[in-house]
Design a protein around this ligand. Structure first.
Ligand code: CMC
Length: 429
């Protein structure tokens, strides 16, 4: 007999099915709770609420395990290319040679932007945050490809939208950077790989040859893989909820980019470096900053520390810390900010406040150090996170559509005023 959960409300007992995942994760299916009892569940921030059953990413926060489609993040970061991982996430299996060639070729041939989009960029003020530009530009892609707006579009059309998104995001990201540096646009090069092409569009000039540095290319490849999916996080949940209204994929991803921008989510990578620089400027008194983070009357948090699901360690942070050391060594860079980061990590890891709450460095704590070493400006860090997360958003959106999931629409417990009679303007206090 399958397991059930019993809930007693107002003296009546209700029985609900227990669902078990492939890694023995358990959930109570309360989807009929309100219909049967009139009650709903209340869970601020969805800390304890599953919104779907997903076969994409497995995460065990207690043991620091992260797998995409069953493959360990450590193996993928070490051995795969970002496009292989994107294929794996979106289609469920690692591609064979023929599949990867087709996929890579299709992505390579969709990298160009419609020339009209250049004029959108021209209209942004100097110094516009690239995440704001990126989110707007991705949403505007839907106007160039109106067939994407049809909720009953064909599989072929969906496929094209997916490939266009993966192909055009690096072009848009590089263009946002060029806008802020005032440098001329560098068009995509079909002879380069995904990461190499991005680097050339960012740092190349139309009038000069650009040689892709393999150390930098490998580092970007690894970082993108480490960010590629993370099950039902804030931005991914946003993409699924927006997509559940049958809004087109471009707009759904644009909403995901907006959600990622926040400093508690992907925006933390920019905030971490700003914090480390501020600590350095301030004389490097780490204890002072730790005390600020612990002070409940101070809104300051130690950026890059803590995670909703990791309460032991973030496996991505482990890989990135090692990669940061390697990249700095290979590029011959000494970064005092890295030293502050390492010291801060040690102070926090030996502090009762952080230990008791399971607050460990997360993926964003060290990624900014690598980006700095690669000459990527701070306001582009979260853009790099978005480039990495894109296949995850797409895979999760696709799964939601294929499962025919209902529109996302939470309930609430109303705490406002009861019915009142309208008071005419002259009669109000
Ligand atoms: N510094 C100081 N205290 C913290 C921190 C921090 N970074 N993070 C959590 N806490 C405390 C918090 O004050 C609370 O204490 P208490 O129990 O005494 O009230 C306790 O730890 C639990 O925190 P919470 O806010 O209830 O935890 P959450 O799961 O809602 O938040 C988080 C998770 C990531 C938003 C949070 O840890 C945080 O704000 N971290 C800093 C921002 C950051 O680095 N974000 C990047 C996350 S990784 C990239 C991604 O995938 O998004």
């Amino acid at each position: 007999m399958s397991e059930t959960a019993r809930i007693i409300l107002d003296g009546t007992e209700y029985e609900f099915p227990v669902i078990q995942g492939s890694e023995n994760e358990k959930a109570i299916d309360i989807s009929k709770l309100r219909a049967q009892s009139g009650y709903i569940t209340l869970d601020y921030g969805f800390k304890n609420t599953g919104s779907t059953q997903s076969a994409i990413t497995y995460l065990d926060g207690e043991n620091g395990i992260l797998r995409y489609r069953g493959y360990a993040i450590e193996d993928l970061a070490d051995k795969a290319s970002f496009l292989e991982v994107a294929y794996l996430l979106i289609y469920g299996e690692l591609p064979n040679e023929k599949q990867l060639t087709y996929f890579t070729d299709s992505i390579t041939h969709h990298t160009l932007l419609h020339e009209n989009m250049k004029r959108f960029f021209e209209a942004f003020p100097a110094g516009a945050h690239p995440m704001g530009m990126l989110s707007s530009m991705i949403s505007s892609l839907s106007t160039f490809y109106p067939e994407s707006q049809n909720p009953n579009r064909s599989v072929v059309d969906i496929e094209k939208t997916i490939h266009r998104l993966i192909a055009k995001l690096p072009t848009l990201a590089a263009q946002a950077y060029k806008h802020n540096t005032g440098h001329p646009t560098v068009y995509p090069s079909n002879d380069l790989g995904y990461c190499g092409n991005f680097l050339k569009m960012m740092f190349g000039l139309p009038t000069q040859d650009y040689e892709v540095d393999p150390v930098v290319e490998r580092a970007i490849n690894k970082l993108l893989i480490l960010h590629a999916d993370h099950e039902q996080n804030c931005s991914t949940a946003t993409v699924r909820v927006v997509g559940s209204s049958q809004a087109n994929l471009y707009s759904s991803v644009s909403a995901g980019i907006a959600a990622l921008w926040g400093p508690l989510h992907g925006g933390a990578n920019q905030a971490v470096i700003e914090m480390l620089e501020a600590i350095k400027e301030d004389g490097g008194d780490l204890q002072k900053w730790i005390n600020k983070a612990k002070d409940k009357n101070d809104s300051f948090r130690l950026m890059g520390f803590g995670h909703r699901v990791y309460k032991n360690f973030d496996p991505r942070a482990k890989i990135i810390k090692k990669a940061a050391d390697e990249v700095l060594e290979q590029l011959g860079i000494e970064d005092p900010v890295l030293d502050i980061a390492k010291e801060l990590e040690q102070v926090a890891l030996n502090d009762e406040y952080f230990l008791a709450r399971g607050l460990y460095p997360n993926v964003d704590f060290y990624s900014g150090i690598i980006y700095r070493a690669l000459n990527i400006p701070k306001d582009m860090f979260t853009v790099l996170f978005a480039l990495g997360r894109l296949p995850g958003w797409i895979a999760q959106w696709k799964e939601m559509v294929e499962n025919r999931e209902p529109i996302g629409r939470p309930r609430q417990v109303f705490t406002g005023a009861n019915h009142r009679d309208f008071v005419n303007l002259g009669q109000r206090d």
